[in-house]
Ligand binder design. Structure first.
Ligand code: AMP
Ligand code: GLY
Length: 447
């Protein structure tokens, strides 16, 4: 195969009509990036939010209503569907919508249902990693009939111990137990009483890894892949990484300790064997792949695979990518991703998530929202939970807005994002002021 870094312009003449699925900050960032593509010819978001409505047409269809989506794609001559979150991919949208006789050229940017098991089933992902020698925490899987064996296993397991519901549990299915009785009680609640519904019919009991987390992302056509910028996500609601887990309260990119040596370890120990293993087992992985890694003494371990980009990591990494994202999708569709080389801006991105008071518990919606009149150079405002009610912008979710700033260093990016965060107004507004704390020497910034 002739390797070239130049894109053959004749193979990408078409312009694409694209439908993004989802309605959060990640999907607004994807819409923002795709709307700049020279290959973009019509952009729709289902269901979208008030931010995506400024760049694209919002369509009131659920990402899981495949029949309705197929009708919409036919009517609107959609060429490409970009699922933002995992639900539609794990439910098999790539198999259901591509290859339909009535939609012969529709392309879904994401893995098949079989390949999406990397996220859809933690038991699958763990066994896959074991088969292919990919570094991950030691584990055992227990079914409902194995409750007693599981309890016996927990009685002798070192603490802390990690319990994971096998299936999708909206980010809530992982419990880190520091107390043995609590671990046994939670294990029983998951297996016997289906604490996380169907998702906890099987439970992974996993060794606790002590280290620092980092999110790495790649995009692949099954054979070739491109490494996207990495990010660090801040999942806890409270400053100092305390309190309940959330979808993510902020992110930074790049992550200072992700250097060439670390990246090479991730590529040789994790990415290459993952892609080769998926091909060997008959379900080549295509689309975005998110590696949730724990770094232990400089070595990467897979905590989880996700079959999509992260939120809010996407809001931090997309502004750093110089390339045309649509071109990347089109080349992948043709299996020619090797023809592209990514280039990133050197600047540091810091994303703050502005949340509704009470989140991740109960919170109010429909509160009037005021945005800054002016966005300084290098600042981006991505809507997450927003809507319009009689023309008025209002809050419509737990995570309301993501603010990303790019600057020459992290302290400056942080100062810009904090300034904008104070200018946004809605009742109960909450955000963390310590995003990026490990990488900021200024003690005041850790407050
Ligand atoms: P997840 O829902 O899979 O993203 O997991 C939630 C969080 O639990 C992760 O972001 C980690 O902080 C933590 N976690 C998961 N597995 C482990 C593990 N084996 N050791 C330590 N922490 C873990
Ligand atoms: N921010 C973590 C995730 O998207 O899974």
């Amino acid at each position: 195969m002739v390797q070239t870094n130049k894109v053959n312009p004749f193979s990408l003449q078409k312009k694409m009509r694209t439908l993004i699925l989802g309605g959060g900050g990640r999907e607004h960032a994807l819409a923002w990036k795709l709307s700049q593509s020279k290959y973009c010819d019509g952009l729709f978001v289902a269901p979208g939010n008030a931010g995506t409505a400024m760049l694209a047409e919002n369509i009131p269809i659920s990402p899981l209503s495949f029949a309705e989506l197929a009708d919409f794609c036919r009517e609107q001559r959609i060429d490409m569907v970009v699922p933002g979150s995992e639900e539609a991919l794990v439910a098999g949208i790539a198999d259901r919508l591509s290859g339909l006789a009535s939609l012969p050229s529709l392309h879904i940017v994401g893995p098949s249902q079989a390949a999406a098991q990397l996220e859809g089933s933690k038991a699958f992902a763990k066994a896959f990693m074991q088969r292919h020698g990919i570094p991950t925490a030691a584990y055992r899987v227990f079914h409902r009939e194995e409750l007693e064996a599981g309890i016996a296993y927990l009685r002798q397991h070192p603490l802390p111990v990690v319990l994971k519901a096998d299936g999708l549990a909206a980010g809530k299915g992982v419990l880190i137990c520091r107390d043995r009785d609590e671990a046994i009680q939670q294990f029983e609640a998951m297996l016997r009483h289906e604490k996380f519904g169907q998702a906890s019919q099987r439970v992974v009991v996993e060794q606790y890894l002590e280290g620092i987390e980092v999110s790495m992302f790649l995009f692949t056509d099954g054979h070739h892949y491109l490494l996207l910028p990495e990010a660090k996500d801040y999942k806890r609601i409270g400053e100092g990484d305390t309190g309940l887990n959330t979808g993510g309260m902020g992110a930074v990119s790049p992550v200072p300790f992700v250097d060439a040596i670390f990246t090479q370890k991730v590529e040789t120990r994790i990415i290459l064997p993952t892609l080769a293993g998926m091909r060997q087992e008959g379900y080549p992985y295509r689309g975005f792949l998110f590696l949730g890694l724990m770094v232990v003494n400089g070595d990467p371990y897979v905590i989880e695979y996700n079959c999509r980009l992260g939120d809010p990591e996407t809001e931090a990494i997309l502004p750093r990518i110089r390339n045309d994202l649509m071109e990347m999708f089109m080349l992948a569709q043709q299996g020619k991703l090797h023809q592209m080389q990514l280039s990133f801006v050197d600047e540091h991105a810091l994303t703050l998530m502005l949340a509704s008071g009470g989140y991740p518990g109960n919170y109010r919606k429909g509160l009037p929202l005021q945005l800054p009149a002016h966005l300084p150079e290098g600042c981006y405002l991505f809507h997450a939970g927003t809507a319009r009610q009689q023309g008025q912008l209002v809050t419509a979710g737990g995570r309301v807005l993501a603010i990303t700033s790019l600057a020459k260093d992290l302290p400056e990016a942080k100062a810009k994002s904090l300034q904008l965060a104070t200018e946004v107004q809605f009742e109960g507004k909450y955000f963390r002021r310590d995003i990026g704390w490990e990488f900021l020497s200024d003690a005041a910034s850790q407050k």
